[in-house]
Ligand binder design. Structure first.
Ligand SMILES: O=C[C@H](O)COP(=O)(O)O
Length: 274
């Protein structure tokens, strides 16, 4: 979490909740209401720390109606999108549809897509480009599995995934990109990469962006950590210099827990007071 001397963030922190294949369209509305109400009751400054949710596709229309109707200060996005625009792509959802539903973001290249749907870096690039065509901010997910981590080649492996996308984009676009480092071995397992692991990779990603696209792109790109983030470990992760936010799975299904994660600054104060 890079901060300026006046205490302002130089990149707005992003707390993102990926609901994965949980919460039907009714449950999703309730969860979102509870999450936002909890944050509003705590006077959360949504302009200072951005909050976004990633519901299943079938929830998005309801989420849009709720957010627009109640003027909720929360962003939302698709968990995936098609690399194609329209036509004979059964089961796909296009960036155009997400844009029409008011989405701000689209997750791309999540490890569950890479593993369960055999999506490689070429697909991730095509999806990032599709998102950009529709003014959606892609959140490119990258990271290594346990085998790669044990072999000690995790940095090179993850940077290959990053380069496969950023090398095909211009510097101005990369400056707006969000990249989420999610070590696969820490997703949904309760295993959390240490804050130093998150910093090691986020720093390496930022330097890779700088080497490819220069200082402005490196200063602008927001880098997230994801993998078993909870209220009780978010502060240590967010304290790291190159970590600008977190991508939360399981804990985003609990409104109080996710709200507490979004209010990570409170935990920083508490930790420092100990
Ligand atoms: O997209 C979120 C990540 O896969 C992390 O999931 P998790 O917080 O349940 O480990």
């Amino acid at each position: 979490m890079a901060t300026l001397t006046n205490g302002a963030f130089d990149r707005r922190p992003l707390i993102a909740g990926n609901w994965k294949m949980n919460m039907d369209h009714r449950q999703g509305i309730t969860l979102l209401q509870k999450t936002v109400w909890t944050l509003q009751d705590a006077n959360h400054d949504f302009d200072r720390v951005e909050v976004a949710v990633f519901p299943p596709f079938t929830d998005l229309r309801g989420v849009q109606t709720l957010v627009a109707g109640d003027d909720l200060p929360v962003a939302y996005g698709g968990q995936d999108l098609s690399p194609a625009e329209s036509g004979a792509y059964t089961g796909d959802i296009s960036g155009q549809f997400l844009q029409a539903l008011g989405c701000t973001f689209a997750l791309v290249g999540h490890s569950e897509r890479r593993t369960l749907h055999s999506e490689g870096d070429d697909v991730a690039l095509a999806k990032v480009q599709a998102a950009l065509r529709h003014e959606l901010t892609p959140i490119l997910c990258v990271g290594e599995d346990l085998e790669v981590r044990r072999a000690g080649t995790h940095v090179a492996h993850t940077l290959d995934q990053v380069h496969a996308v950023i090398n095909e984009l211009d510097a101005a676009t990369v400056a707006t990109l969000v990249i989420a480092y999610e070590p696969v071995w820490a997703i949904g397992t309760g295993e959390v990469a240490g804050p130093e692991d998150a910093q090691e990779m986020c720093s390496a990603i930022r330097e890779a962006v700088r080497a490819q696209h220069g200082d402005d792109a490196a200063a602008g790109a927001r880098l997230l950590y994801g993998g078993s983030v909870k209220a009780n470990n978010v502060a240590q992760i967010m304290r790291e210099r190159d970590v600008d936010g977190v991508l939360v799975g399981g804990a985003s299904l609990d409104a109080a827990e996710f709200a507490s994660i979004a209010r990570f600054e409170q935990h920083l104060v508490t930790d420092e007071a100990r």
